[in-house]
Design a protein around this ligand. Structure first.
Ligand SMILES: [Zn+2]
Length: 180
C-alpha cells in the first residue's frame, strides 16, 4: 500500500502477490463530527445519467441487486445495497466540481457557476457525512473513471466495486487514472 502524492487517500493493491495490477479503489477515513448530524440533506444529481446506467449494468451483471434513488436517505443516493449497508454515488465531474481534467470553471457567467458548483460541493459533503453518521458505507464513483482520457477499464471498475462491497468496511472512491 502506498500513499497517493496528491491526497490523503491510500492506494491499494487489488492483489498483494501481484503488483502488476493495481486497484484504483482508495479508502477514505470516516471522520465525522457530532455537529455534522444536523447538517441539511438534499440532492442535486441528475437521475439515470449514462455513467449511472453503466455502473448499474456492471453491478447487475455481477449478480448484485440494489435500490435506486432512495428518498429516505441523505442526498437520495443513486444506488443503495441494503444488504451491504452500502451506497454508491456516481458523480458527474463538472456538476460536482471534481478536481480533474473533465472539470474547468466556465469562462462566462463566472459568478453564477462559482456559486452553483460551490453549493453542489457543499451539498455533496453534507450528504456524505450524513450517510456516514447514519452508518452507511459510501463509494463515490467519478465520471472521469468512466469517460475521457483517464478512464479505467470497465471490468477493473467492476472488480473494484465488488472488492469494496465484499472486503472493506471504510468508504472509498474511484476516479480516473491520474498516476502519470
Ligand atoms: Zn473527475
Amino acid at each position: 500500500m502506498w500513499r497517493c502524492r496528491k491526497s490523503t487517500f491510500f492506494w491499494l493493491f487489488s492483489c498483494t502477490n501481484c503488483l502488476q495490477r493495481k486497484s484504483f479503489l482508495r479508502l477514505m477515513a470516516d471522520v465525522v463530527t457530532p455537529e455534522q448530524r444536523s447538517l441539511m440533506m438534499s440532492g442535486i444529481r441528475g437521475k439515470n445519467t449514462r455513467p449511472e446506467l453503466t455502473i448499474r449494468k456492471l453491478l447487475h451483471s455481477r449478480g448484485y441487486r440494489y435500490r435506486l434513488h432512495d428518498k429516505k436517505l441523505p442526498g437520495k443516493p443513486d444506488i443503495v445495497l441494503p444488504k451491504y449497508r452500502a451506497v454508491i454515488l456516481i458523480h458527474g465531474c463538472f456538476w460536482h466540481g471534481h478536481d480533474c481534467h473533465l472539470f474547468k470553471w466556465p469562462s462566462s457567467n463566472e459568478s453564477f457557476w462559482k456559486e452553483k458548483i460551490t453549493k453542489n460541493r457543499l451539498v455533496d459533503e453534507r450528504s456524505l457525512q450524513s450517510l456516514l453518521v447514519a452508518g452507511w458505507r459510501v463509494l463515490t464513483i467519478w465520471e472521469c473513471a468512466l469517460k475521457g482520457k483517464r478512464k479505467l477499464p470497465v471490468e477493473q471498475i467492476a472488480d473494484d466495486i465488488v472488492l469494496w462491497l465484499e472486503m472493506y468496511s471504510a468508504s472509498a472512491e474511484i476516479k480516473g487514472d491520474y498516476r502519470q
